[in-house]
Design a binder for this molecule. Sequence first.
Ligand code: F6R
Length: 617
Amino acid sequence: MCGITGYIGYREAYPIIINGLRRLEYRGYDSAGIMLYNGNDIQFSKTKGKVSNLEKKVESEISEEGNIGIGHTRWATHGIPNDVNSHPHFSQSGNLVIVHNGIIENYNSIKQELISRGYTFKSDTDTEVLINLIEEIKKKEGVKLGKAVQIALNQVVGAYAIAVFDKSKPDEIVVARLGSPIAIGVGKDFEEFFIASDASPFIEYTKNAIYLEDEEMAIIKRGRKAQIRKISDDSSVDVDTQELQLNLEQIEKGGYEHFMLKEIHEQPRAITDTFRGRLLPEEGIIKISGLENNMKKFLNADRIIIVACGTSWHAGLVAEYTIEEFARIPVEVEYASEFRYRNPVITEKDIVIAISQSGETADTLAAIKLAKSKGAFVFGVCNVVGSSIARENDSGVYTHAGPEIGVASTKAFTTQITVLSLIALRLARAKGTLSSDMYRMYLQEMELIPQKVESLLKIDSHVKEIAKKYLLSTNCLYLGRGYNFPVALEGALKLKEISYIHAEGYPAAEMKHGPIALIDDRMPVIVIATNKGHYDKVVSNIQEIKSRSGKIIAIVTEGDKTVKEIADHVIEVPETEEPFTPLLTTIPLQLLSYYIAVMRGCNVDQPRNLAKSVTVE
Ligand code: F6R
């Protein structure tokens, strides 16, 4: 969703802001804009479309000078994506400038009030309403920018991260957050500050960052420490500067054509990083500190409720199978967006596991808050360190997948499954529901997964050949059973989100209850048919598809003979224990979607309409 960058200091602001906006492109957006202050004038440029369009427009419209500026990538909520609705937005006087992520829910009533006081509006956005409210308060109350922002934010309902500039105080920028992240990069001796939705835009300039908490604002002025205040009562808050672990290499493409392909190929490393220090097969133990410290709560839990969205929800479905199988604790998996609004029954004996790559998903965050308010213990599985969800949980684990920039989730999914499988095994050991021999066997097998993924990635060119044959398909069906049913859902999601081909995932046995009607010689059906679990039943399903002339792409275990004779194409994956098969079967599905999307000319890393962190509900 929207991205913010800003700079105040001694360097030229333009290249820092424009590069920052490029780094935030992964969040998903439809327009971009920038404001620069050169010591005398405010200059701005904004446009529908990509950051590259903005660069061209800047060249012909404004000079690129100035040591202060703010930039924005907009993901439309109020008003269509066009030049006028793009950020930054200006107050009526033209002196105040704002960029904003999030939604001001009561913008309409504030707008009507401002109209009655003579304000006019150029755009359809809630953001323009907010900047005019700040201007009105500044004038009426005779206060400075920081105070006016604080008063205004107490009048709005909604979610925001904002950066505000005032031409009459051109040595400072005011930022604030509620529900949308904002990070402040702190330069040497406070001689410069960077503002961004995450730390990636300023990683080459400073390793020191302040992450604002919800309901906090900061007044950033060159030459002095950032002042942080509580929005509710203007009280001052101690500044907590953190050292960033991120490096530039991690957020660049490293020779791959797309971030998505890079991230698919990073999975052996990412899975290893997920279990590093946690999986110790030699000693026959799994050690996850967030779990060890709360083991009693897990062992006494009546049930586990998993809340998540999208791909993370699919990882939750796999965890339902592993936790129930290994640890015999009942598990329910819920879409966070449904859970938060349906008055669910939650008790103090429930454990809620919230899964989120970004750690910023608004619905998942709201579900956590609801569960906590009812007394449940909330355990998070997050990738982004220090994210809102990671901070909101009672305890949790990081997946350590590294930054995921491609909008379509890949390594986040496999690392979520990895860590959740470790949790399931550790709980099983603590509960005594798995014998020590079986436990050790699973630990040893888990350790082999990264090298199996590595060898599996060599099928790249084979998958590409299959992709060529199906790139003009308009529909696709994905089938799997047991542990691989969620993989079928994930495969279908991956295809539809990056190639725009309609795809559905189903439990294979459900096919005969409806989707079978769709099958003809133009319908590719991707069937996960690994040799464990319900293999024979899946083979029967494949026969049913074959007899209706469907085209079968089967994911099978190495050496499979039966399916090879029936399917149109087979993709082999190495043998592993059944609960770990999703870590392998997912890989060819990611590659298949990737190559089909590339061949269709789609923007793989930034698919239309999608955002990387979904900070609105
Ligand atoms: C799909 C995808 C989304 C996310 C979903 C939840 O490829 O990336 O479905 O999984 O928006 O996001 P997180 O995990 O950040 O909470």
